[in-house]
Design a protein around this ligand. Structure first.
Ligand code: ZN
Length: 155
């Protein structure tokens, strides 16, 4: 089932999301909601989506690496590269705009997967950018807050 995606100026996009109690991970309700979140991202042509974008203020997001959607729960950043790089970003919650955003080139993150198992990533390149963009959503930060240049596109 596709979930409605909140867009600006919805104030829920600006809230800090809460950690997930790992006990809920095993519930059928949560697992089917994760499936809905992934389906919503694909149908909206996204490469990532965070729970607050569909009105659920919890620290969960989906991020695509290549073609694989990763479920990331309660992420913690454990290291950052010294180097940064600029790249273009857009957002399902900010339709009609994209911008150039400076991000860490690579970093380290640990989290839980959808079964509650510990996972870690050491992404670089585009996947690192997607993860940083989605992490920001969990703190109510949007790419337009960080963009050096914002371009309006005709929808
Ligand atoms: Zn976004």
């Amino acid at each position: 089932m596709m979930l409605p995606i909140l867009t600006l100026p919805n104030p829920q996009l600006r809230q800090r999301s809460e950690e997930v109690d790992p006990k809920i991970l095993k519930t059928p309700e949560f697992q089917s909601w994760l499936d809905d979140l992934i389906e919503t991202m694909w149908k909206a042509d996204g490469v990532g989506i965070a729970a607050p974008q569909v009105g659920r203020p919890i620290r969960v997001f989906i991020a695509v690496d290549g073609k694989t959607p990763h479920v990331v729960i309660n992420p913690v950043v454990t290291g950052k590269s010294w180097r940064m790089e600029d790249g273009e970003e857009g957002c399902l919650s900010v339709p009609g705009k994209y911008g150039v955003v400076r991000r860490y080139r690579s970093f380290r993150i640990k989290a839980l997967d959808r079964e509650g198992k510990k996972i870690a990533f050491e992404p670089s390149g585009f996947f690192a950018r997607v993860l940083q963009h989605e992490l920001d959503h969990l703190d109510g930060v949007l790419f337009i807050d960080r963009a050096k240049k914002i371009v309006n596109i005709q929808l």
